[in-house]
Structure formats: C-alpha cells, structure tokens
Design a protein around this ligand. Structure first.
Ligand code: HAM
Length: 431
C-alpha cells in the first residue's frame, strides 16, 4: 500500500498554509483593483482542449500531461495550465457576447509530469488571468503591470520583466525560413528533439535544455525579433511606450520563447536574479478561434505560486519559518464535571458573537488546562466550576494581567466581545 504522497506533490501544512492564504488574498485584491473577476473551470478537460490549445509540439503535450481514459473510454487530462480551459469556457459559455473585454482570473492546482526539483512539482499551483477582446498594446502593458503588481504586493523585490515578441503568422514563416537556412548545416549537432522540431517549430530550439541554443549561436540563427513584420514591430513599440508610461521597467530578451505554442507577438517572463522565472505570459490572437470560438484576441499570464512563496522566503531569509497560529480570545476551562454542559454552551455563545474561542477536549485537570490556554496564546480564560454553575456566573481571568472578575454567564459572551474588541483596538493603535 502507498502511504506516502506521490513524487512531486506536497502537503501544505498549518504553519505554511498561512503564506498561501496571504498570496491568494493579495492576488484576489490586486485582480479586483484592475477589474478582473474570478472564473473556476474543471481540473480536468477533454485531452483535445490541451492538444489543440497548448500545442502538439510543446513538451507539455508531448511528455508532461496526466492523461487517462475514463470509465466510458474518453481521453481526459488533468490541466497542465489554466489558459486552454478558460478559453474553452469562454467559448462554451459565449462570454464574448458581452460588452467590453472579458477580464478573468483563476487560482488553482495544475499538473505536469516533470522531473521534480526545487520550485518544480508535478502538482503545482498558479494564479493567472486572461483578457479577451482587445489587440491593442495598452492591454499588453496593463497585464504585464498586473503580473508584477501582484508579486510586489506580496512583498517580492528585485523582479525583472524580460520582454520579447514572438511574431505572428505573417512574419513567422519568413523567420522559419531564415532559421532553417542557417541551421541546416548544423542539423547533426542538434539533439533528437530539436532535429524533429527543426521543420515543425524551430522557435522551440531556443528553449532546449540540452545545449542546442549554443548551436543556434554558432549557426548565427536569427531571432524572431529581427524578423518581425511591420505590424508586429508597431505593436511592440506600442507595448514599450505603454510600459514606460506605466513606469514598469523591463529588458528586451530576444531569446525568450515560452513553453506553449499559442503565443503571438508579446511574450514575457518575470524573473529574479539567481532564482529564475516566477511567472510569465503572452498574447494569443488565434487561440480562441483554434478552440472553436470567434476570432477574438487574448492575452494573459500565470504565476507559479510555489515559486513566489519560495522566493519570498529566500528574500526574507526566513528559511521556511513556520507561521504561528493566531492566538485565542478566550479559553474556556472546565473545573468540574458538573460544568461540562454550561461550558459547552458558553463556548458556543463566544464563537457566535465572533470571538476565537476553544477548550480542552482530552480531560485535562484545571492546571493543565491553564497550560494549554497559555500554549494557545489565549487572552482570557473563562472558568466554570461547581460554584460558578450554582451561582450562574463565570470567572474571567485576564491572562496578561492576572486580573480576575466574575460575570453573569448569560451576559459573558457579549461582555467579552466588548472588552476583547476594545483591547484588540488598543493593540492596533499601539502597533
Ligand atoms: P507557464 O510559463 O507554463 O505559462 O507557467 C507559468 C508559471 O507556472 C511558471 O513561470 C512557473 O512559475 C510555474 N510553473 C510551471 N510549471 C511548474 C511546475 N512544474 N512546478 C512549479 N511551478 C511551475 C502558463 O502556464 C501559461 N498558461 C501562462 C499564460 C496565461 N499565458 C497566457 N495566459
């Protein structure tokens, strides 16, 4: 029996999950500021969605998909990325019928059968967005700014936007010809994968991890940036002018190609020196039509959440320090078995007025319950024993000052909510 998690997956435990929650909260907040709304699509799709969407010549489709046949014999695939599913949903639900551009964001797990290493998992998480319906450069710059903004709001520093244009169906054939011409004499030096890519999708060779980019250098193969058509040139200048206007710094990296086939024109990655890529995206003007929709242009990005969290830990030098659980407002202590039900009632009342309250569930003696209250970092202890129950009161101890008072048990929750609210207000003012 397998009692360990599968390779390339993680358990996100209390103590680390707080970072995840923070990243998700920040992403949602920043997306909302830019006018995006959330979309949730299935974690699996018909395999064809990714074959057609992501592209047959990509590593993702060729080697990395979790594909299986379901019980009815259909081929389905765990999503390796978010874009193809979002576009499938956009087309299927006819979201293009609405006025203006569609601005959609998503957060969730993705699956790629890759060799696990630091920052690379088989189940990983992305947040990302897609904008459908505009092919102007203003939206490219806005989406790049948004990509960076989500990360800097999460506390990351020193990020670099690497920008490129991968051309369009008008200029790419010309580029392909020029590349083939330069590379043919060097074909024998390419790895098997790149030799087969040579005719189909030579751009991919820039992204080879097995030394083929050096062959490109030797062969003097041109980058797409040097072969752009006029329309792509104009678009790129527009994106650059808008990025300057927005105050988003970037560098041009003409060797940047992305691991997905759907991109046209703008493509970028957000990187950090010595760390690598945190996120990236690009424009895709033909994907919607490719997936059976109308001719609507799109652009988007995705951030690898494991990587964003890793990078923040590295930058903060925290080597993964666990977050402590937030402390309790009130710990309810049971000093006598006759107080069991009144204590349960009080605990429920405390939670219902909005306080964070808890108790011991393992039959500890009173002294051990106070130790537990301390470990749970409680502000107040509410003690119920035989005498309190008989008199209809509860003993409330302020665990910071040691001061002790009695309150009528049926008013205790409201009274504690009032003082706990006041003291958390004071704490905030002091901070
Ligand atoms: P991608 O570059 O394949 O783009 O992935 C985006 C980010 O996801 C990467 O920069 C990386 O941080 C993270 N990532 C990818 N694979 C893994 C992995 N195995 N483990 C951990 N993190 C990983 C896309 O997925 C496109 N859908 C982005 C996009 C949206 N383009 C247009 N719209």
């Amino acid at each position: 029996m397998h009692v360990q998690r599968p390779r390339g997956t993680s358990d996100i435990l209390p103590g680390s999950v707080e970072r995840w929650q923070e990243l998700e909260r920040v992403a949602r907040e920043v997306f909302a500021r830019y006018g995006y709304r959330e979309i949730r699509t299935p974690v699996f799709e018909h395999t064809e969605v990714f074959e057609r969407g992501v592209g047959e010549t990509t590593d993702i489709v060729q080697k990395e998909m979790y594909t299986f046949t379901d019980r009815a014999g259909r081929s389905v695939t765990l999503r390796p990325e978010g874009t193809a599913g979002v576009i499938r949903a956009f087309v299927e639900n006819k979201l293009y019928g609405q006025t203006g551009v569609a601005k959609l964001y998503y957060i969730g797990p993705m699956f790629r059968y890759e060799k696990p290493q630091k920052g690379r998992e088989r189940q990983f998480h992305q947040y990302g967005c897609e904008v459908l319906g505009s092919d102007g450069p203003a939206i490219d710059a806005e989406v790049i700014a948004l990509n960076v903004d989500t990360l800097t709001n999460f506390g990351l520093r020193g990020l670099v936007v690497e920008l490129n244009s991968v051309g369009c169906p008008d200029c790419r054939p010309r580029h392909r010809e020029r590349m083939l011409e330069a590379l043919r004499p060097y074909a024998a030096e390419l790895c098997d994968d790149c030799r087969s890519r040579l005719e189909k999708n030579p751009l991919r060779i820039f992204d080879c991890k097995r030394g083929c980019p050096a062959v490109l250098e030797r062969a003097g193969a041109p980058t797409v940036l040097k072969s752009l058509c006029e329309a792509c040139e104009t678009h790129l200048s527009g994106v650059r002018a808008h990025l300057d206007a927005l105050g988003v710094p970037y560098v041009i990296n003409e060797r940047l190609v992305r691991g997905l086939d759907y991109y046209t024109r703008t493509a970028w990655e957000v990187t950090s020196a010595g760390f690598g890529t945190v996120g990236g995206g690009g424009r895709y003007n033909r994907l919607v039509a490719e997936l059976g929709g109308p001719d609507v242009p799109g652009i988007g990005f995705a951030v690898g959440m494991e990587r964003a969290i890793l990078l923040r830990q590295e930058q903060a030098g925290q080597d993964g320090a666990a977050d402590r659980q937030a402390g309790l407002d009130v710990f309810v202590a049971v000093a006598d078995s006759s107080a069991e039900l009144p204590a349960a009632r009080l605990l429920q009342a405390l939670r219902q007025v909005g306080l964070v309250a808890d108790r011991d569930y393992q039959g500890r003696g009173l002294k051990a319950q106070f130790k537990l209250a301390d470990r749970m970092r409680a502000r107040y202890a509410a003690v119920l024993g035989e005498s309190e129950v008989t008199r209809g009161v509860v003993t409330v101890k302020d665990l910071t000052t040691g001061a002790q008072t009695e309150l009528p048990v049926d008013r205790a929750a409201a009274e504690l909510a009032r003082v706990a609210g006041q003291s958390s207000g004071e704490r905030k003012e002091q901070a």
